[in-house]
Structures are given as C-alpha cells and as structure tokens.
Unconditional design. Structure first.
Length: 59
C-alpha cells in the first residue's frame, strides 16, 4: 500500500449522502479486526471533520 493510499485522497463533504463504509478486502482472520479499526478511525475522522481514508473520486 502506498503512503498516499494510506493517507487517503480527496475530501469528503459533510452530508447525509456521504457514506462511511469499511472498504477493505479479505478472507483471513485479520479481516475483522482491520475492518473494525478502519470503521472506528473513519468515524473519528468524520466527527473531527478530518479527511477520510480510502476515498475514491465519484464519477
């Protein structure tokens, strides 16, 4: 994973239409703990009005 990918890219507008999802793939025992950490971090960032991780541009 590149450092740019780890930091995220772009911005997320604070609105009810901005979904917060655990965009992680996996089929291992490490998946759930990693997804839970990401969800907690995304919620913390959203509440602090910080840039979210793993954003992708909308078409």
């Amino acid at each position: 994973m590149s450092s740019a990918h780890a930091r995220g890219a772009g911005t997320c507008a604070r609105s009810s239409s901005a979904p917060i999802t655990p965009h992680v793939a996996g089929g291992s025992a490490a998946f759930r703990p990693r997804a839970e950490r990401l969800i907690v971090e995304q919620i913390r960032r959203w509440a602090a009005e910080e840039e979210l991780l793993n954003l992708f541009p909308r078409p």
